[in-house]
Design a protein around this ligand. Structure first.
Ligand code: GLA
Length: 407
């Protein structure tokens, strides 16, 4: 277990959107690093939190995420010589350099592989790129389960596209960035993170059908509801193989069902009744993995409907069921996440809470009545600190728009 870099956000305050003027310091920093002149392009790319629908995306299922206010910001300027020079305010002494005119491969430092990966995938897709100088600045916790990697990928792609004078459909952009993550970060992720970072709508969560590629935008009423994120500040160093293991276990479940019915291509196609009747034929482990995914799909569509009907208690109850299923059946939670969820649910005005993202650390997300936010964040910070000796970070966020060019 190790602590991860954390947000410098005032604890209970809403996280305010970057005003356009707040990009000036980053532009100044860019100019100090790369010199004056030329036209600067500014891009913002948000993180995401998933309200429900975990480990369903790679099973052709449903997810229900939203984009959040912490983000990665980019300032970039085109270069005619095909060079890409990358700096990050998080690593001020490092400048990464590669050329789009030669083969692009993974290299140290690993944070820049997201940029290399996106350049490589854009090239592979036949997109005419030019080189660039680019500086990144990040208010997302790295390794905190809020998709800082997808934010870097999608933002990088928008920089390259903007400098080449091009635009790309958000679905294609997401797929291309997912490939970058597979090939350059070695994470066999689903499509959720890149999809929501590229296509989120301000003020809404998105019910996304990972098979059909359709989106339903569900408005979140900020008079009635707040979304609170609490970071455990821990990341158990298991995630790499554990994530791929879960995918393989799901595939083993699919293989079983497909033997009797070849139309079954993914756990999306399996009903709870089918699963129950196959219980004796599957190992307990595969049965439980399948049960999580099959039941999570049902919870996710129901929760989206409940939220759009302002049935917050119901949506919250489904979130808690989701957490329990991730803890007991899918086994991707950790004591720190379980503790935060349990404690959050003790507080009046908290509709629901669950771990969010891949698991093994990272954050919980809670749906809360506006007047209970302070009580929730204060209590959780204190109790978590007492129990684990770690100061968690809690913040409120609104749902933001997907990545975009700002200037
Ligand atoms: C990570 C992956 C996503 C998704 C979640 C679990 O965030 O990047 O594709 O699988 O885990 O829901």
């Amino acid at each position: 277990m190790s602590n991860v870099a954390h947000l410098t956000i005032t604890r209970h305050q809403p996280y305010f959107d970057h005003m356009e003027s707040s990009y000036e310091p980053l532009k100044d920093s860019f100019t100090r690093t790369f010199g004056e002149g030329g036209r600067l392009v500014v891009v913002r790319s948000p993180g995401r939190v998933n309200l429900i629908g975990e480990h369903t995306d790679y099973n052709d299922g449903f997810v229900f995420p939203m984009a959040i206010q912490p983000q990665v910001s980019f300032v970039c300027r085109g270069r005619e010589d095909g060079l890409v020079r990358v700096t990050s305010t998080a690593f001020p002494d490092e400048m990464v350099e590669f050329s789009i005119q030669t083969a692009i491969t993974k290299a140290q430092p690993t944070w820049a592989n997201y940029v290399r990966g996106v350049a490589s995938e854009l090239k592979k897709a036949g997109i005419p790129l030019i080189g660039m100088d680019v500086q990144l600045s990040n208010t997302l916790p790295v390794g905190g389960g809020l998709s800082s990697s997808a934010a870097i990928e999608v933002g990088t792609a928008l920089c390259f596209l903007a400098l080449a004078g091009l635009e790309m459909d958000v679905a294609r952009l997401a797929l291309l960035c997912q490939q970058a993550e597979h090939n350059f970060a070695d994470v066999p992720c689903g499509i959720m993170d890149q999809m929501i970072v590229s296509s989120a709508r301000q003020g809404h969560a998105t019910l996304y059908d990972c098979r059909q590629g359709t989106r339903v935008y569900v408005p979140l009423n900020s008079q009635e509801l707040r979304v609170v994120i609490v970071n455990t500040m821990v990341k158990h160093e298991l995630t790499g193989s554990e994530y791929a293991d879960r995918r393989n276990q799901c595939q083993m479940g699919v293989a079983h069902f497909a033997r009797a019915n070849p139309k079954i291509k993914a756990l999306r196609d399996v009903s709870l009744a089918q699963l129950e009747s196959a219980k004796g034929e599957l190992s307990d482990l595969i049965y439980r993995r399948c049960r999580h995914v099959v039941s999570e799909n049902l919870r996710t569509t129901e929760a989206a409907t409940a939220l759009s009907n302002h049935q917050y208690e119901r949506a919250g109850a489904l979130m808690v069921q989701s957490h329990n299923s991730l803890r007991d059946d899918y086994e991707v939670s950790v004591p720190e996440l379980d503790y935060l969820v349990e404690q959050a649910m003790q507080i009046k005005g908290v509709y629901g809470a669950r771990m969010t993202g891949g698991g093994f650390g990272g954050c919980i997300v809670a749906l809360v009545q506006p007047r209970s936010v302070d009580e929730l964040t204060t209590q959780l910070e204190q109790k978590y600190q007492d129990r684990f000796g770690i100061q968690p970070t809690a913040f409120v966020t609104t749902a933001t728009a997907g990545a975009s060019r700002v200037e």
